[in-house]
Design a protein around this ligand. Structure first.
Ligand SMILES: [Zn+2]
Length: 342
């Protein structure tokens, strides 16, 4: 009995003096005194050696010792938890983590600008599938069977079914509009197109077009010119000059390519305009009567014009981008330059 009381006294003094800190030390304290093989359990085990008449007093002393150990553990755990809370407090004076906000792709910016200009003139947007059949891409557009554009060297055909192909222009969308709508028709067709080209600074296997189509009674070449003149002024500014050069396309007659005065040298001559003072920006013409008749549109009653431009080309002139590959390389140093562009 005396031995037990003496041990309790020593351990009590040790507990009162103990000052473990941190989660690990507090846990070690718990194991030492209150664990399954701890001091409290071991002292309880020695009760069997106590004389029966002294057991009550020894039990009380042991019970009090156990309560003391538990109270000490509780206060240590409380202190440790509140210290942990202090660790997690936010320092509001620290700068926050940077969250990068992306920018619109230059091609999206320019395509959006082109679309909004033609919307002002009452053009609706038409879209169609990237995978087309031969008829909508070539046949309906008056391209004969032996036209070089149909060559495997120029067009991606779907190997599982060679009568399907990746559209080479968005004229296929014009075809689908003429198939499903009656004149008057006034649409623009923005979209991605595909050509079997070797990738270089000046050519790519895919690029983006915006084509336009207007079919109604009494549509003339003067309407075509005025529409495109309005577009150029809205896109590049009032001071830009325009010229038309006769050209040939199977789906328009007469056909013309349109140049604008060089924005970089202002007509004096530079590398971009090949020292001519002019740069080509689009192809256009009056819709060929065969194309109208392909869709059951009376070519004696209706006339129309069509045009097509490359979005990459317009972007190149607007932002002076000199390598087509930059548009699809996802180089953030290039893309970040358009942060402020609208
Ligand atoms: Zn120039």
């Amino acid at each position: 009995m005396d031995e037990l009381l003496k041990q309790i006294q020593q351990y009590t003094a040790a507990i009162e003096a103990a000052s473990p800190s941190g989660r690990e030390q507090v846990e070690a304290f718990r194991i030492q005194y209150l664990g399954t093989k701890g001091i409290v359990k071991s002292l309880m085990g020695s009760m069997k050696d106590i004389q029966p008449d002294q057991r009550k007093a020894a039990g009380q002393a042991l019970n009090e010792f156990k309560k003391l150990a538990e109270a000490k553990l509780e206060s240590l755990q409380d202190a440790n938890e509140s210290a942990g809370e202090d660790d997690q407090k936010f320092d509001l004076s620290l700068p926050g983590d940077f969250v990068g906000v992306g920018t619109r792709h230059p091609l999206s910016i320019v395509r959006g600008r082109i679309v909004s200009i033609f919307k002002k003139l009452g053009f609706a947007i038409a879209e169609g599938p990237d995978i087309e059949d031969d008829w909508h891409n070539f046949g309906a557009m008056n391209l004969p069977e032996d036209h070089p554009a149909r060559d495997m060297q120029d067009t991606f055909y779907i190997s599982q079914n060679p009568s399907w192909l990746l559209r080479t222009h968005t004229s296929s969308v014009q075809a689908r509009v003429m198939e499903s709508q009656k004149p008057p028709i006034r649409v623009i067709c923005p979209g991605r197109v595909y050509r079997n080209e070797t990738i270089s600074a000046r050519a790519h296997c895919f690029f983006h077009q915006v084509e336009g189509l207007y079919i109604a009674e009494n549509v003339s070449f003067a309407d075509l010119k005025q529409t495109l003149y309005f577009f150029v002024q809205e896109m590049f500014g009032k001071e830009v000059k325009v010229r038309f050069r006769p050209s040939y396309f199977p789906f328009t007659e007469p056909s013309a390519e349109m140049d604008i005065s060089c924005l970089i040298c202002e007509g004096k001559g530079c590398n971009v305009c090949k020292h001519t003072g002019w740069v080509e920006i689009l192809g256009s013409g009056m819709v060929h009567p065969n194309v109208l008749e392909n869709f059951g549109i009376d070519s004696n009653k209706y006339t129309g014009f069509a045009f097509g431009m490359g979005v990459e080309r317009i972007t190149q002139l607007k932002y002076r981008v000199n390598d087509l590959r930059l548009y699809s390389q996802n180089d953030i140093r290039f893309l970040q330059q358009f942060t402020g562009a609208v």
